[in-house]
Design a protein. Structure first.
Length: 569
């Protein structure tokens, strides 16, 4: 299998989907190249160990940003998955499709055909929702999705939801269905107690297919081009250089950092970037690596007045008990990411869809699992989800071992700064509701003294962290869009037989975590590549607060009822 019909670079969330779907045809030969190795590890499989693979070099490329001017020149981590499953093997397993208007925005920005109705059946095809299929959810797809322990193991989860409703926000029974806006339980890619990575969901069931070859430990140097036609890729493995040729197409699914840098090393991109890196320009395409977007978050932390938080479960004896129960039964605290309640709210009147996201954690700790302070506590991870700041990714040389320059330009617009001020104030108000009185102690972060605009700005600059959602660096767009890299079928503009299919193809970042929309995009793109008839669009109503033009929240608790109230979009 030196040659294949399709050569796919990257076995992450999108690449695993592409390999599985294209190899369904036994007459088609597929080669999937992955830089990392196997994802078979207890720290990958066990949901509660989510911070460990991200902090293990074996599973993480270990990218960093350049000094960020909007964050007092701080350098932030930019982890990306290395190994089968890609970032779905190191992420927090949070499953968020985004609001319907996020996907409709793609089409309005020039991505013809990429609207919510067209994409909904592909969300359904990918998913096996533990409650079964309905008008919005899928019940028999490869990707298992559940709600963890359904908030049974800690009363703090429900208290957070109750506080949101007391503050005048709606509740939602399913933020991935009819109504995203509001407070409710969080969904996660955990299947029968184990992480449901893209590798486990899509590759494991089909690894015996004779027409699919998965090659790990490969470092792809460049796309091979015959003029402006992609013919294959050149890669290194075990100290040797190989070439594999594609009879039909080369598909880049190397992610929002890997895909644009691979294009750039192949001579496709901004001439200024290529020339400074010593790479001959094969095809000038200014948008490659531009339009970089991400989500930021802070930890809003309080002491907890009752000894019920996860801080008491960080000792070696508790961890041993949790681990043994998980090994034996695949349940309990070992089978969850601990983010079991959440919320999506609007920052202000005049916007119809949420732009702030909450992950609630019944503990106060850093992402590496270490306690933030002695004693008990709880926290929310919160941040605005629709940034207007834009960054870029640029190679420094043609050497694939040299990490690219990654600059997000975080919080460099006035709107982004204003969004953060609102975010902090709404969060403090929500956590100050009576539903939290029984549990809420001293505010640790930001701290009661942080109230004025300039104080909030400074605290955010110094404490904000990436939510690890880089995207949009090879955006789909219209032919007349100078920033577009791909057409509506994910083909690289100006290059034959070459596509990019991963989160870099997003025209704009969605409201929420990115694994779900990345898998959806790959599901739909697989049909486009294979020339299949696309699934029929599904016109399903979506709840929008009928008073969104005049108010920031609905003003009183309400339950979503799909056929009454709100506005169907």
């Amino acid at each position: 299998m030196r040659d294949a019909d399709y050569v796919i670079v990257g076995a992450g969330s999108a690449g695993c989907v592409m390999a599985a779907r294209l190899s369904e045809d036994p007459a088609i030969r597929v080669v999937l190249l992955e830089a990392g190795g196997s994802d078979r590890s207890l720290i990958v499989r066990m949901p509660t160990a989510l911070s460990m693979p991200m902090n293990t070099r074996r599973f993480n490329w270990g990218f960093e940003t350049a000094p960020e001017p909007g964050l007092d020149n701080r350098v932030l981590d930019c982890p990306r998955g290395l190994g089968l499953g890609g970032s779905s093997s190191i992420n927090g397993m949070v499953y968020v499709r985004g609001h319907a208007e996020d996907i409709n925005q793609w089409e309005s920005n020039g991505a013809a055909g990429w609207n919510y109705a067209a994409c909904l059946p592909y969300y359904q095809r990918a998913e096996s929702w533990y409650r079964g299929a309905d008008r919005y959810r899928g019940g028999s797809g490869p990707l298992g999705v559940c709600a963890g322990n359904e908030m049974r193991l800690n009363p703090l989860y429900q208290a957070f939801i109750d506080a949101g409703c007391e503050a005048g926000y709606p509740g939602t029974d399913d933020y991935n269905g009819f109504q995203q806006e509001g407070f409710g339980s969080m969904h996660m890619t955990v299947d029968r107690g184990c992480r449901a990575s893209a590798s486990r969901a899509y590759l494991d069931p089909i690894r015996d297919r004779k027409n699919l070859r998965v090659i790990t430990g490969t470092l792809v140097n460049r796309v091979l081009l015959d003029g402006v036609r992609a013919t294959g890729v050149e890669y290194e493995k075990d100290g040797n250089v190989f070439q594999v040729y594609a009879r039909s197409e080369v598909i880049l699914s190397a992610g929002s950092i890997g895909s644009p840098t691979l294009l750039q090393r192949s001579g496709i991109g901004s001439p200024g970037i290529l020339e400074s890196a010593g790479v001959p320009v094969i095809y000038p395409l200014e948008g490659v690596g531009r339009n970089l977007q991400d989500h930021l978050e802070v930890y809003f932390q309080y002491r907890c007045l009752e000894p019920i938080s996860l801080n008491s479960r960080l000792g070696w004896w508790s961890k041993l008990q949790i681990g043994l129960r998980w090994l034996l039964f695949k349940d309990g605290l070992g089978a969850t990411n601990h983010f079991e309640s959440c919320a999506f709210i609007r920052s202000r009147a005049g916007i119809s869809a949420p732009d702030i996201q909450y992950h609630f954690l019944p503990g106060a700790m850093r992402y590496d699992g270490r306690a933030a302070f002695d004693g008990h506590g709880f926290q929310v991870h919160v941040g605005p989800n629709k940034p207007t700041s834009r960054g870029d990714v640029a190679i420094r040389s043609a050497d694939p071992r040299e990490h690219p320059r990654v600059l997000f330009n975080y919080i460099t617009t006035e709107k982004d700064r204003a969004d953060w001020r609102l975010c902090i104030r709404w969060t403090r108000e929500i956590l100050g509701q009576s539903a939290m009185d029984r549990f809420r102690g001293q505010e640790i972060a930001p701290g009661d003294a942080i109230t004025a605009d300039d104080q909030i700005d400074e605290w955010v600059r110094q404490n904000v962290e990436s939510a690890y959602h880089p995207s949009c660096t090879c955006k789909i767009g219209a032919d007349n869009d100078p920033a577009a890299v791909l057409d509506a079928d994910c083909r690289v503009q100006g290059i034959d037989q070459l596509r990019v299919i991963d989160s870099s193809a997003f025209p704009s970042i969605t409201n929420g975590n990115l694994n779900a929309p990345t898998i959806m995009l790959a599901e739909r793109a697989a049909d486009l590549v294979a020339g299949k008839t696309l699934l029929k669009p599904l016109e399903a109503p979506v709840w929008v607060d009928p008073g969104w033009r005049e108010r920031q929240r609905s003003g009183e608790p309400q339950r979503p009822v799909p056929d009454s109230g709100g506005v169907a979009h």
